[in-house]
Design a protein around this ligand. Structure first.
Ligand code: ZN
Length: 246
């Protein structure tokens, strides 16, 4: 997606103009690293396995956002998985968003429902904020590649899950920090069924099935009724059926 201006190869001279020596720079970039925006759910866990496969366990870390989610279980699951897989986790507090917006994901008393074309679980600006913080952190660590599990298929009409938004944000971040980020969205055009298939291909099907948390209501193992559970279980049933019939 990058124009040539925005995609300066890492090893070229322009990155050396900041005063670091060639050796420092070469060492810094010798082993490319990746950061995964990680919630402990099915999608971001699948992205994590994908990142580990490409970059190696030692070169992958995760960023988890704490933003006043309704349920602490989401954060606990994310922490458990990061520790279990042995990846460094950085938790960033963005709970200020709770003070300036309202929505059903963060309001204990709200009922989760569809409002017109958009579910009331949508948090304005959330992915823009997450990507901005992730990019600031990543640049500080010498990381260029950021994985996010956003997906525009199968779901909901969240405007900041659309491919066009991610591409626009990638350009914005490159310009904002004069640094070539590579935002990866491997699930962008996959259905939930295909995301299960991807986890399976990565050898992580059972892991994702047993250890990830997706329920909006915070029920361990899933409530089987909220939109998030229904989407996850529908995709799983479709994938299992396909697998059995092959
Ligand atoms: Zn649920």
């Amino acid at each position: 997606m990058h124009s040539s201006f925005l995609s300066t190869p890492l090893s070229q001279g322009s990155l050396l103009l900041d005063g670091t020596s060639t050796n420092d720079s070469v060492q810094k970039h010798a082993l490319p690293k990746a950061a995964v925006i990680f919630s402990g759910g099915q999608d971001s866990t699948t992205c994590l396995f994908l990142a580990i496969k490409e970059f190696g366990l030692k070169n992958v870390e995760v960023i988890t956002f704490q933003y006043g989610q309704r349920h602490a279980i989401e954060l606990q699951k994310a922490q458990w998985i990061a520790q279990d897989l042995g990846v460094k986790q950085t938790v960033i507090d963005t709970s200020v968003i709770k003070a300036i917006t309202t929505n059903a994901l963060m309001d204990e008393n709200a009922t989760i429902e569809q409002q017109g074309s958009m579910p009331n679980t949508f948090v304005d600006g959330r992915n823009a904020l997450f990507l901005l913080y992730a990019a600031i952190y990543a640049k500080g660590q010498g990381i260029h590649t950021i994985f996010t599990g956003v997906c525009e298929t199968d779901f909901s009409g969240y405007p900041d899950c659309r491919d066009v938004f991610i591409k626009s944000m990638n350009v914005t971040l490159n310009l904002a920090m004069d640094y070539p980020f590579d935002i990866r969205t491997p699930l962008m055009f996959l259905t939930k069924k295909q995301t299960w298939a991807l986890a399976d291909k990565l050898g992580a099907f059972d892991y994702v099935r047993n250890h990830t948390h997706t329920c909006y209501l915070g029920v361990d193992g899933g409530c089987h009724d909220c939109p998030s559970c229904r989407l996850r279980e529908k995709g799983l049933a479709e994938y299992l059926e396909e697998k059995t019939n092959v």
